[in-house]
Design a protein around this ligand. Structure first.
Ligand SMILES: Cc1ncc(COP(=O)(O)O)c(C=O)c1O
Length: 457
């Protein structure tokens, strides 16, 4: 059969609230035009993030009941640890309450002034944790990855030539580790090829630099490798995952993505000394190293989710449902980042709203309009999230002005996606009426979470 269906039945449902356009206008004003400040109950289809928004399976909920809540040495920890070891091969596994906690522990230990962390593209929290330590976060995407219209298989790749020259220019001693984000979230959810992971690993090993994977979406990345790198067509996804991790020395993980849970993460690594220091730091802020800020039941759900995410039917449905939205939007002429990524569709706001100058944040304007017209919550990934100010106060824009429609795992059906397509096409039809926004209040770091906006009139 050609039709790819959701590989599950629905056992429990949650109603969603329908609102009128004028109610949504009021909600937008109350939220200062920032989707993070909206009340979730006012949102019809929530595509703010795929992080921690998944529907857990019956087996995961059953695991929650089996969770061992002992303070130290809980059975649930050992199940979690052995699952992470089985997939990653890393010797030391430290649970954390989410991905950024693993990043904070790691970069507090290896970062600091004068240090550089190269990455294909840092995600916002990774960049913030690197910079908070005093180190510099350096993005080295390929030129393919910078071209939103180009259709290519692995636009998330690291520019390995640029990496090699970067290492030579700043010196190996100033690079405590190199990161690779799979899939590349800020680069459009684009995958990284096995060939690219291998080459990056070779370069790092030659220079004695540990390679860490930001592994949030490791299974989606592995499925892209299976589909797009011919020598992996017949290989089970689990083996592809194991090979990916074999080229690295450690990983940070937000389990809120490919472990299909609502909360959790981990730091996993091979360096015994660094692991000891990480555990000691975890005790100060996260908790004892066998629970690390999580309940035993969370560890059970993660262990189960790490198995379920490797199912071919699940991954095929997951990637196809995103590709489907991408195909339909492209057919309607809507500019999206091509090709569709693993967890989201990224609208190209610069092309969608060419009349709005970058310093009036076209991505933010589009986010507001999607909510106003259809109750869809999305997020700007552009100069609100990544823009910086020059010393004279002018905006240094981000690489791209994107709006991410992130699809939560196992939550929405095809008719929800058809509705999303209809709303985006309608907003595209009205695009010339949309105006820009200015920031009226902002925090010094990760400003997009709390910034307040006003329409430019
Ligand atoms: C690539 C990437 N790294 C790190 C994180 C941080 O994970 P968490 O939100 O669990 O702290 C995210 C979250 O969206 C992410 O997409």
């Amino acid at each position: 059969m050609k039709t790819i269906i959701e590989p599950f039945k629905i056992k429990s449902v949650e109603p969603i609230k329908f609102t009128t356009e004028s109610e949504r206008e009021e909600a937008l004003k109350r939220a200062f035009y920032n989707p993070f400040l909206l009340r979730a109950e006012d949102v019809l289809i929530d595509l703010l993030t795929d992080s921690g928004t998944a529907a857990m399976s019956a087996e995961q909920w059953a695991g929650m009941m089996r969770g061992d809540e002992s303070y130290a040495g809980a059975r649930s920890f050992f199940r979690f640890e052995s699952k992470v070891r089985e997939l990653t091969g890393f010797a030391f596994v430290i649970p954390t309450h989410q991905g950024r906690a693993a990043e904070r522990i790691l970069f507090s230990l290896v970062g600091g002034k004068g240090k550089y962390i190269p990455n294909n593209s840092h995600f916002d929290t990774t960049r913030a944790n690197v910079e908070f330590s005093g180190a510099e976060a350096v993005d080295l995407p390929t030129s393919e990855g910078n071209d939103p219209d180009l259709i290519a298989d692995f636009k998330g790749n690291m520019d390995t030539k640029a990496l090699e020259s970067f290492i030579l220019s700043v010196g190996r001693a100033n690079i405590p580790l190199c990161m690779m984000t799979i899939t590349n979230n800020s680069g459009g959810g684009q995958p990284v090829s096995m060939q690219n992971i291998r080459t990056t690993s070779d370069i790092c090993r030659r220079h004695g630099i540990p390679l860490f994977l930001d592994a949030c979406r490791f299974a989606e990345n592995a499925y892209f490798i299976k589909k797009r790198e011919p020598e992996y067509h017949a290989m089970p996804v689990k083996m592809i995952v194991q090979e990916m991790f074999s080229y690295a020395d450690g990983a940070t993980m937000s389990a809120k993505k490919d472990a299909i849970v609502n909360m959790g993460g981990f730091l996993a690594l091979n360096d015994a000394d660094l692991a000891t220091r990480a555990r000691n730091l975890s005790i100060v802020t996260e908790g004892f190293p066998t629970y690390g800020g999580l309940a035993g039941r969370d560890l059970e759900a993660i262990a189960q989710g790490l198995d379920e995410v490797l199912d071919d039917h699940y991954l095929q449905y997951r990637l196809r449902s995103i590709e489907y939205v991408g195909e339909r939007l492209t057919a309607a002429g809507v500019p999206i980042l091509q090709p569709p990524g693993g967890h989201a569709i990224y609208l190209n706001a610069r092309k969608f709203l060419p009349h709005i100058p970058i310093h009036q944040y076209p991505g933010q304007a589009l986010v507001v309009e999607l909510f106003r017209v259809g109750g869809i919550r999305s997020v700007e990934i552009g100069s609100v999230m990544f823009g910086k100010y020059a010393p004279d106060g002018t905006l240094i824009p981000a690489r791209m002005e994107l709006v991410r429609l992130a699809i939560p795992r196992r939550v929405y059906t095809q008719s929800h996606m058809d509705y999303v397509i209809e709303v985006v096409v309608e907003v595209y039809r009205r695009r010339e009426e949309i105006q820009g926004y200015r920031i009226t209040e902002e925090a010094p770091m990760l400003r997009h979470f709390t910034a307040k906006f006003a329409p430019v009139s």
